[in-house]
Design a protein around this ligand. Structure first.
Ligand code: IVH
Length: 672
C-alpha cells in the first residue's frame, strides 16, 4: 500500500472505530458485533505498525499506554474544583430554593443524580484530550491521564466544533456488576475483597499500570463544563452540548437529569430517586439541585469551597434493626476465617438481608455482640450490609456473648493470628476439609483449569467419597468410580467430567500456575511469572530476591511463592500433576528469563517482531531490569527495531547516535 492510501485508510478506520466506540459506551446502542470491531482495530493496528509516524497519539489504538506511571505529578486546576454543600433534610432544600426564588422570581433548576464515585476534570485542547486531573485539594490535583484514557466512554477526540480549550468535569464510577465480578475474581485468588465500588474506583485510578485499569470497566458521566466562552448560558444546554461533542452525560429520558421551576417539581425528583436509586447499576448518594442560568449562577457566586447556586440532597443510608440469630465462622481457601452474622431476614435497600459481614474478632469485641441482640444493619455504599450498632436496652437477661473460636470450626486446629493482621487463619492447609475443597474448586474453575462439570458441590462429593483429597487425585479418577457414586451420576455426567479432566492437560502453563492457588498469585501475576520465568521447575528453585526482579512481583508475593514451594506436600502435588501430563513450562518462543542484565539501560521499541508481541518484548526488557520509553532521546540506550520501524524514528536514532538493534540482538544482551 502506498503511503497516501495508508493515510486515508487510517483516518477512515479511526473515525469508524470512534463512532462504534461511542455507540457502544456512550449511547449503549452497539451496531456491530464485537468481533467485527476487533477486526477493524487489528487492521488499524497493522497500518500504524507499518507507518508509525502516521499514528496519532489519540488514535483508537492508543487508549492503553505501554508505560508504567511511577509517580503522579500534581498540576494546578485552571478553574478551582469546588464541592457542594450537603443537606440531609427536605427542609434545607426548601430553604435553599425559597431563598433564591424570593430574590430572583421564577428560576429554573436543573436536578441531577449525585454520583458516588471519583471526581475528574478532563482538559481538551483543540478537541484532543490533553489531561485528566483528580480533584485533589480543589486547587491542584493529580495527573492521572494515562489511566483515564482507558475509560471507554471518555472521548480522546471530540466531535463538532468545541472551543479551543475546555474542561469537562464529571465522575468516574464502577458499576455493581463490574464490582461483583472483580471481587469474585479476588476471592478466587485468595485476595482481600474490596469494600465498595467508590474506593475501588479511587484505588484503580491510582494504579501504576494502565493495562489493569483498562480491564476494570470504569464508567464516566459528565456534569459540568468549564470554558472561557461557554456554548450556552444554560447549564442544561451545556450538558446537551457536551453530549453532542461525544461525552457520556446524564440521560434525560431516564430522569438522570431533569428541570423544574417549582419546589414540588424538585421534591418529586428527590422522592423518585430516593426510591429508585436501588435499581441502578451505579451508586448514587443523593441528588444535586443547580440553578440553571449561568448568569444567575455568577451573580449568586461562591462560598469558600462551594457555590451558592447549588445544593446536594444526600439520601439516608438505609438502616434497620433486626435480631442476631447467630454467627457463622467460615473457612476460606487460604484458611482465613470470616465471621458472618446470621440475621432475622429484613428488607433493606431493596433486598432481603439475611447475613451481614463482621470483619474480624476486633469488630465482635467492639460491638460486644451477644446472641439474640437487636442489631442495627446498614447498607451504605457497601454491597454487603454491615452491623453498625447494638440496642443494649433490648438485650435479654442471660444472653450469651459471641465468642470467637480458638480452634478451627471445620477441623479443630488451633487458629493463628499473625502480628499486625486483623484476621485469624487455620494453619492446617493440608488437612482442613473446606480449605481443600475450596482449593480444588478454584483449581477446576473456568479461569484456571476449566474442568466443566466439576463445580463446588461436585468437588465436595468427590472429597467426601474419598476420591479426591488433593487436586492431583483428580487425574487418577476413573469413569467407573464416578458411576459407582450412584445418585445423580449417569453415563453422560461421568463422561463430561472425565473429558474435562483430560482436556485440562492442554491448559497453558500460566493457568496451571494460577490454578495452584498460591496466595497473592492471581491471574495477572501468574501470567507475568510464567512469561518471565518460563517453567515450574525454575520458579520452584528461585530465591525471593530473584523473583522480585519480575515486573509486578513484590516482596510479599515473592515470599508467598517461596513458602509454597518450601512445603513438601506442595512439591509432591506439583510433581504428580507433572506426571499426569499438565503443562509445566511456557512454549519455547514465548519465554524469556528474568534477570538484571539490562539494569540502567533504557529502550524504545518500535515495529513488529517475529518472536514477541510488542507488549511481550517490553515485558522482557522490564523483567530484566531495563526501562522502556516511548520516544527516542539522548538518554535512550538502544532502539529495538522490528520489521517496518518508521523512517522518522530511524532518522532520529541516527541523529542522536542511539544504536538500533534487532530482537535477536536484544536476546543476546539478556542472555549475556
Ligand atoms: S457539581 C460546584 N454535579 O459531588 C459544582 N457534583 O460534594 C460541584 N458529584 O466533587 C460539582 N454528582 O465529585 C456535581 N451531578 C453532580 C455530581 C457531583 C456527584 C460529586 C463531585 C463533587 C462532589 C461534591
Amino acid at each position: 500500500m502506498e503511503r497516501e492510501q495508508a493515510e486515508e485508510r487510517i483516518a477512515a478506520l479511526s473515525e469508524e472505530l470512534e463512532r462504534h466506540n461511542h455507540l457502544y459506551y456512550v449511547e449503549a446502542k452497539p451496531v456491530i458485533a464485537d468481533r467485527d470491531f476487533d477486526l477493524l482495530m487489528k487492521e488499524l493496528e497493522g497500518l500504524e505498525a507499518c507507518w508509525p509516524d502516521l499514528a496519532s497519539p489519540n488514535s483508537p489504538t492508543q487508549r492503553v499506554g505501554g508505560d508504567l506511571t511511577k509517580e503522579f505529578t500534581t498540576v494546578a486546576h485552571r478553574w478551582p474544583m469546588l464541592s457542594l454543600s450537603n443537606s440531609y433534610s427536605r427542609e434545607e432544600v426548601e430553604e435553599f430554593v425559597q431563598r433564591i426564588v424570593k430574590e430572583h422570581g421564577q428560576v429554573t433548576f436543573t436536578m441531577e443524580l449525585k454520583y458516588d464515585g471519583v471526581a475528574i476534570g478532563l482538559t481538551y485542547q483543540d478537541g484532543q484530550l490533553l489531561r485528566a486531573l483528580t480533584r485533589g485539594d480543589g486547587e491542584k490535583g493529580d495527573d492521572i491521564t494515562a489511566n483515564v484514557r482507558t475509560v471507554r466512554s471518555i472521548p480522546l477526540r471530540l466531535r463538532g466544533n468545541p472551543p479551543a480549550e475546555l474542561e469537562a468535569r464529571g465522575e468516574i464510577l464502577m458499576g455493581r456488576k463490574e464490582f461483583d465480578k472483580l471481587n469474585s475474581q479476588r476471592e478466587d485468588e485468595g485476595e482481600e475483597l474490596f469494600a465498595n465500588p467508590r474506593n475501588t474506583t479511587a484505588g484503580t485510578l491510582k494504579l501504576q499500570d494502565p493495562k489493569i485499569v483498562a480491564k476494570r470497566g470504569l464508567q464516566n458521566f459528565i456534569y459540568t463544563l468549564q470554558a472561557d466562552a461557554l456554548p450556552t448560558r444554560s447549564h442544561y444546554g451545556n450538558i446537551l452540548q457536551c453530549h453532542a461533542w461525544g461525552f457520556r452525560t446524564p440521560d434525560p429520558s431516564k430522569r438522570f437529569i431533569e428541570q423544574a421551576v417549582t419546589l414540588d417539581g424538585i421534591m418529586a425528583y428527590i422522592a423518585h430517586w430516593d426510591q429508585a436509586r436501588h435499581t441502578l447499576d451505579i451508586a448514587i448518594d443523593g441528588v444535586v439541585i443547580k440553578v440553571d442560568n449561568i448568569d444567575l449562577q455568577e451573580e449568586l457566586g461562591l462560598r469558600a469551597k462551594s457555590p451558592r447556586w447549588a445544593i446536594a440532597y444526600k439520601f439516608q443510608a438505609e438502616q434497620k434493626f433486626t435480631r442476631l440469630n447467630g454467627v457463622e465462622f467460615n473457612v476460606g481457601r487460604t484458611g482465613a476465617i470470616t465471621p458472618v452474622a446470621l440475621l432475622e431476614p429484613v428488607e433493606l435497600a431493596g433486598t432481603t438481608v439475611k447475613r451481614a459481614s463482621i470483619h474480624n474478632a476486633d469488630q465482635i469485641a467492639k460491638l460486644d455482640l451477644h446472641i439474640g441482640d437487636m442489631v442495627q444493619v446498614e447498607k451504605g455504599g457497601e454491597i454487603i450490609p454491615k452491623i453498625t450498632a447494638v440496642d443494649l436496652d433490648r438485650r435479654a437477661a442471660g444472653a450469651m456473648p459471641v465468642v470467637y473460636p480458638e480452634d478451627c470450626p471445620a477441623c479443630g486446629t488451633t487458629l493463628v493470628r499473625d502480628e499486625g493482621e486483623a484476621q485469624h487463619y487455620c494453619p492446617n492447609e493440608h488437612g482442613c476439609p473446606p480449605q481443600i475443597t475450596r482449593r480444588m474448586e478454584h483449581f477446576t474453575s473456568r479461569r484456571a483449569m476449566d474442568i466443566g462439570g466439576l463445580g463446588g458441590e461436585t468437588v465436595e462429593v468427590l472429597f467426601i467419597a474419598g476420591l479426591a483429597r488433593n487436586v492431583a487425585d483428580l487425574y487418577d479418577i476413573t469413569k467407573e468410580q464416578l458411576l459407582a457414586l450412584g445418585k445423580g451420576w449417569g453415563e453422560r455426567s461421568a463422561q463430561l467430567v472425565i473429558d474435562g479432566i483430560a482436556a485440562s492437560k492442554a491448559v497453558p502453563f500460566e493457568r496451571v500456575l494460577f490454578a495452584l492457588g498460591i496466595r497473592h498469585v492471581g491471574e495477572t501475576v501468574a501470567k507475568k511469572l510464567a512469561r518471565a520465568v518460563g517453567s515450574m521447575e525454575k520458579l520452584a528453585a528461585m530465591p525471593p530476591e530473584e523473583l522480585t526482579a519480575v515486573n509486578e512481583v513484590g516482596t510479599v508475593i515473592a515470599a508467598s511463592i517461596h513458602e509454597f514451594f518450601g512445603v513438601e506436600g506442595n512439591r509432591m502435588t506439583v510433581e504428580r500433576l507433572r506426571n499426569a501430563g499438565l503443562q509445566m513450562a511456557m512454549e519455547a518462543s514465548a519465554s524469556i528469563v528474568a534477570g538484571t542484565k539490562l539494569k540502567g539501560l533504557s529502550f524504545v521499541v518500535s515495529g513488529v517482531f517475529v518472536n514477541f508481541t510488542r507488549d511481550g518484548i517490553k515485558e522482557a526488557i522490564e523483567n530484566n531490569g531495563g526501562k522502556v520509553g516511548s520516544s527516542i532521546s539522548k538518554k535512550t540506550s538502544y532502539v529495538v527495531a522490528g520489521a517496518d520501524m518508521g523512517p522518522a524514528k530511524r532518522v532520529k536514532a541516527e541523529e542522536l547516535g542511539v544504536p538500533v538493534i534487532s530482537e535477536d540482538e536484544l536476546k543476546h544482551l539478556i542472555d549475556g
